[in-house]
Design a protein around this ligand. Structure first.
Ligand SMILES: [Zn+2]
Length: 339
């Protein structure tokens, strides 16, 4: 019996050792662990191939309600650097780091960003600072500093990648501004499943409404649905937007009840898979902008001015038609009496 117990313990130890080494055994590069795929992509952009960059929450997962697994513990034990968003985004992270026994430095990459506090939900800090690329530049700067501290002899390469990334973020900001400015101010209303676009809306002048607050760990209340229905009716909003990490059932029901459409799918708390339009952070923000602008442009009803234009066009066409008819009648009468 005792021998069997020893053999079992030996097997278990071997399994754990093997499982524990699988991430790192591939490259032997420093392991940088981020909580979400958006941040691990930023690390890949700035560090390029210098590190192994992994995300705890897989692509398509919801970091607000994520439940850590034994795999996460094994990854954190091996981490050389741990990056988190903060602003209550990953409530599970503190316990995970503590329980895993991880010893790597933990860097909060929103350092320097002033958080937005939720208007609808008191004492709630909005974690979605990455949703607009000027904040993205702060993330990139914090990540660059952490990477240089990890790999000081690679500073030149990291700085060069970072500078290039900053240029791309700058260009993205300009792109979004131009696209949003193409929408008349009255059309700039965005209804989503949860409050993930406040930083984006604040920067580019878009009004936001959502079913849930800044997190997804609560149920939708009847009062929330009534509030959204009221906003849709009062503002004649023709379109709502679902999100890739959130079950769209409730928002689809709202759209159906109000006889309006789904404008498209947005990415907020996770990148999309590699074949999606949101396969990197830069592409994700660009794709969101295109979906929002295209959705609102196509779906919004004709404005009062447009209706006035349409009415005057109709009157003009009817007038021309009447004149042609009168002319034809006159010619016909004239011929009749001439004969
Ligand atoms: Zn979120």
């Amino acid at each position: 019996m005792r021998t069997r117990k020893i053999i079992f313990q030996l097997i278990l130890t071997l399994v754990l050792l093997n499982a524990g080494s699988y991430v790192h055994a591939q490259t032997q590069k420093p392991l940088v662990v981020s909580t979400a795929s958006i941040f691990s992509d930023m690390v890949s952009a700035i560090a390029d191939t210098l590190v192994e960059s992994v995300s705890i929450v897989p692509i398509g997962g919801d970091p607000h309600i994520y439940e850590p697994t034994p795999r996460d513990v094994r990854i954190l034990i091996q981490a050389d650097l741990i990056l988190q968003n903060g602003f209550t985004f990953e409530g599970w992270m503190y316990a995970l780091i503590k329980n895993s026994g991880a010893t790597a430095p933990v860097v909060t990459i929103t350092e320097g960003i002033t958080p937005i506090t939720s208007e609808a939900h008191q004492n709630a800090t909005d974690p979605h600072a990455w949703m607009e690329p000027v904040n993205g530049k702060v993330y990139a700067t914090n990540i660059k500093k952490a990477l240089i501290a990890l790999l000081p002899d690679r500073q030149i390469q990291i700085e060069a990648n970072y500078n290039q990334y900053m240029i791309e973020l700058e260009a993205l900001d300009q792109y979004i501004r131009e696209r949003i400015n193409s929408l008349p101010p009255a059309k700039r209303v965005l209804i989503t499943s949860h409050d993930s676009f406040h930083y984006y809306g604040q920067r580019y002048g878009i009004r936001l409404e959502s079913l849930l607050g800044t997190s997804t760990d609560a149920d939708v209340r009847t009062s929330d649905i009534m509030r959204i229905n009221k906003v849709i009716k009062e503002n004649k909003i023709p379109v709502v937007f679902i999100e890739s990490t959130i079950n769209p059932k409730m928002l689809k029901q709202v759209a159906e009840d109000n006889h309006i459409s789904i404008g498209g799918s947005l990415y907020s708390d996770s990148l999309g898979d590699k074949d999606s339009p949101a396969n990197t952070y830069l592409n994700m923000v660009r794709s969101n902008t295109d979906v929002i602008v295209n959705g609102l442009t196509l779906a919004f009803p004709i404005s009062t001015d447009d209706q006035a234009d349409t009415s005057s066009r109709t009157v003009m066409i009817l007038g021309i038609g009447f004149c042609l008819f009168a002319l034809a009648f006159y010619i016909w009468r004239k011929r009749l009496f001439t004969v």
